[in-house]
Structures are given as C-alpha cells and as structure tokens.
Design a protein around this ligand. Structure first.
Ligand code: PLP
Length: 409
C-alpha cells in the first residue's frame, strides 16, 4: 500500500486540558517539580513526561513534532524557530572540523551562504554539484565526506533530486542523506525513499499563512536525541527554539495542508501549462517538458500533485520587475519572497532569495535575470487569474518581447 501522509496527520487525536478539541498551549518557559530528584532526572533526560525548561522542549512543540514525524514517516521530529534553525544544527551535528559535505548547487540562498561562507570557518568544506547527475555526485565523495545535502525540489530552479538513487550512494559510502523537503510537503516523502534526515521550513506551505517562521528536523529517535543533548546537541545549544504559541498555530494549520496542496498543485499546473503554451520557457515538474517529470512521478504521492511552484523566463530583469509590479497593482498576488501563502507570491530570485549566489555561478546554473518564481495561491477561479496575468503581459508588451527573443535565437 502506498504511503498516505495526510491520513497519518488525521489519525492523531489530541484533547486539551479541559476537553478542548485543540491541545492546550503550554504558556510557560519553566516548570515546577515536587521533588528535586525528579528535576535532576528530567535534566538528564530520564523522567518521561516531565518538562524542565522550554528551550529543551514543550508539550506544544512535541505535539507539532509528532504530527510532522507522522507526515514524513520518521520516528520523531524536532521543531525549531526557523528553517535555517533546523538546517544549520543538522549540518553542525553531523560534521566535525575537517569533514566534507556534498551539496546540490541549486539550493535556497541562505543555505548556500551557510555552506559557502560560514561553515568553512569551522574547517568544514562543501562541494557544490549538479545533484541530478548521480555519477558526478559519487565522484565528488572524498574520505572526509559525511553528508549529501539537497532539496527534493530545488529553490529556485525546481531541479528534482533522485532520492532513491542518492540514498543508494549514501548507504554505499556511509554518508547521511539530508533532504530539505520545503517545496514538496505531502507530494514527496523523502524518508520513505531512503533519506536519513528530512527538513522543512515550516514558514512555507506547511503553515501556509505567512504569519510566522518555523522549521523542523524529522529523523530517527537517536539523531534527534543527539540534536537535543544538553551537553553537545546543536539544536539544544544553538538555541533556535520555537515558541509554544507558534507551535500550536502551525499544528492547527497543518490540518488543512492536504486540501491546500491539492489546490496549489491544480492551480500551478493550469497556469504553467498556459504560459508554456504561449511560448514562455516554463519550468514546472508537472509539465512533460520538465527534464525530471518522470522521476517526480515515480517518487510522488500522486494525489497531492506536483506542487505550487513554477518559474517562467520573461527575458530580462526589467520585464520581470515591470510584470511583478503590475500583477501586484492588479491584486493578482504580492511581489514578495517566500512561498506557500494563500495568495500568489512572485519574486525574481536572481536579485532576491538567491542573491547570495555570485552572478557567474547563477549564470552557470541557469538562473537567468528574467526568471520569475511563482508560488501560486489558492485562487478558486484560476482561469480568471490566468486571463488577468496575460492581460498584464499584453499591457507591458512582454508577449511581443518574447516573440522577438525567439526570432533572434
Ligand atoms: N529551505 C528552503 C527550500 C527555503 O526556501 C527556505 C527559505 O526560503 C529555507 C529553507 C529557510 O527557511 P526559513 O526562512 O524558515 O529559515
């Protein structure tokens, strides 16, 4: 039977302190003990069900972690204050000074900056590779390599990682495969395909209302215990703790994730098809023209679709900026970074979320100036949205520019 992540979330049953249908929020940073010995045992991690201090953990954070672990099919999960607050401790926990990481070259700009500029200070080096080429990935492994890192669907180029193939390589060389699944919750279940650790920025689709940042690490009990260890756990000691009020609100939003993902996917598929049909270079994993369309199909939990993210190339940064400003003016969405909101969000990654990546490297990986990244919203009438977007393009003569560009090429 195929994995049904939404059922796993639905099957979790909670009651609040007074019989509420939502679990009670633990609105405290510290907890009392009737006996000093229980306090000591709790600190040592030997008193189940007791809480000591909210940076360590809280009931609300545990509930949210439980739901995310259920969704990803891992033993347990640890929530954090942001996606970066999940990614950085994982890498620091898995690597010592002198170790080596192999990372996809197309990843979120913040993660790229951490690997490229920050972690070398600790003498941890990273090779950035084309993650879609398994032979190149394997060839980059050295005797110091500890981690293979990538996003299931990459930000912003929407490259697809062959998680089963990468997992085989990781197992063969005794590496940990760490997958950031932020772009494809429910659609792809990396742990089921062989990933050792699955990370999300909860800021995006999972929370879905662009009102908070948050992150999660899903993995084995042993690894999460390591991260939470009071003596040498990177999550514990770097202190990126989620607030309980936020954990409670994200858990409530997760209950509608399956409905939202289906609508995001349906809308993105419709618009991407239309843009491709009128001749724009359109990248969406749901299109047959995507180089990894078949791979995505072979990995996906099909009922959730190909996700809400696609890109188009409108030829130049000036075109991209003018179009985004006009679309925002016409209330088609927001010129904003981030993704997974109920309204459409659009940005030009080269000058925003991927600006940490030097220009020559952007060019090399195919990140062009005119690229617009769309996170399509939950619009009920997507045909109307498309017509309004097309009208913006016509008003700006962008359709003509595209035809001229094609003639020149
Ligand atoms: N991973 C991906 C794929 C992202 O797109 C982002 C943010 O855009 C992050 C991680 C970082 O998440 P956060 O902003 O919650 O720290």
């Amino acid at each position: 039977m195929s994995f049904k992540p939404a059922n796993k979330i639905q099957d979790l049953q909670y009651f609040g302190e007074f019989g509420g249908v939502n679990p009670s929020i633990s609105d405290s940073s510290t907890y009392t003990f009737l006996s000093a010995k229980t306090m000591f045992d709790t600190f040592e991690g030997n008193a189940d069900g007791c809480y000591l201090y909210s940076r360590h953990t809280t009931p609300s954070n545990l509930y949210l972690g439980e739901a995310l672990a259920a969704m990803e099919g891992t033993e347990i999960a640890n929530v954090s204050a942001s996606g970066m607050g999940a990614i950085t401790p994982v890498l620091l926990q898995l690597c010592d000074a002198g170790d080596h990481i192999i990372s996809s070259r197309t990843i979120y700009g913040g993660t790229y900056a951490f690997l490229k500029n920050f972690i070398p200070r600790l003498n941890i080096e990273t090779s950035f590779v084309d993650i879609t080429k398994l032979d190149i990935v394997e060839a980059a492994i050295t005797k110091h390599t500890k981690v293979l890192y990538c996003e299931s669907v990459s930000n912003p180029l929407l490259e697809i990682a062959d998680i089963k193939g990468l997992s085989k390589i990781a197992k063969k060389h005794n590496l940990k495969l760490v997958i950031d699944n932020t772009f494809s919750p429910l659609s792809i279940s990396p742990a089921k395909l062989g990933a050792d650790v699955v990370i999300h920025s909860l800021t995006k689709f999972i929370n879905g209302s662009s009102d908070t940042v948050g992150g999660v690490v899903c993995g084995t009990q042993e690894f999460i215990n390591d991260l939470r260890n009071v003596n040498d756990g990177a999550s514990m000691l770097l202190g990126s703790t989620m607030d309980s009020l936020r954990a409670a609100s994200i858990l409530k939003n997760m209950r509608t994730l399956h409905i939202r993902m289906k609508q995001h996917s349906k809308n993105a598929m419709y618009i991407a098809k239309q843009f491709e049909a009128i001749g724009f270079k359109t990248v969406y994993p749901g299109l047959a023209s995507h180089p990894s369309h078949e791979l995505f199909k072979s990995m996906m939990n099909s009922e959730y679709g190909f996700g809400g993210m696609f890109t188009i190339d409108v030829g130049s940064l000036d075109n991209a900026n003018a179009l985004m400003e006009l679309m925002q003016h016409n209330n088609l969405g927001y010129l904003a970074v981030s993704l997974g909101f109920y309204k459409t969000l659009f940005s030009a990654p080269g000058s925003s979320t991927s600006s940490e990546i030097p220009e020559e490297e952007q060019k090399e990986m195919g990140l062009s100036d005119g690229l617009i990244r769309f996170s399509i919203g939950l619009d009920d009438d997507i045909e109307r949205t498309y017509k309004m977007m097309r009208k913006c393009m016509e008003d700006l003569n962008i359709l003509e520019t595209k035809d001229r560009l094609q003639e020149i090429m």
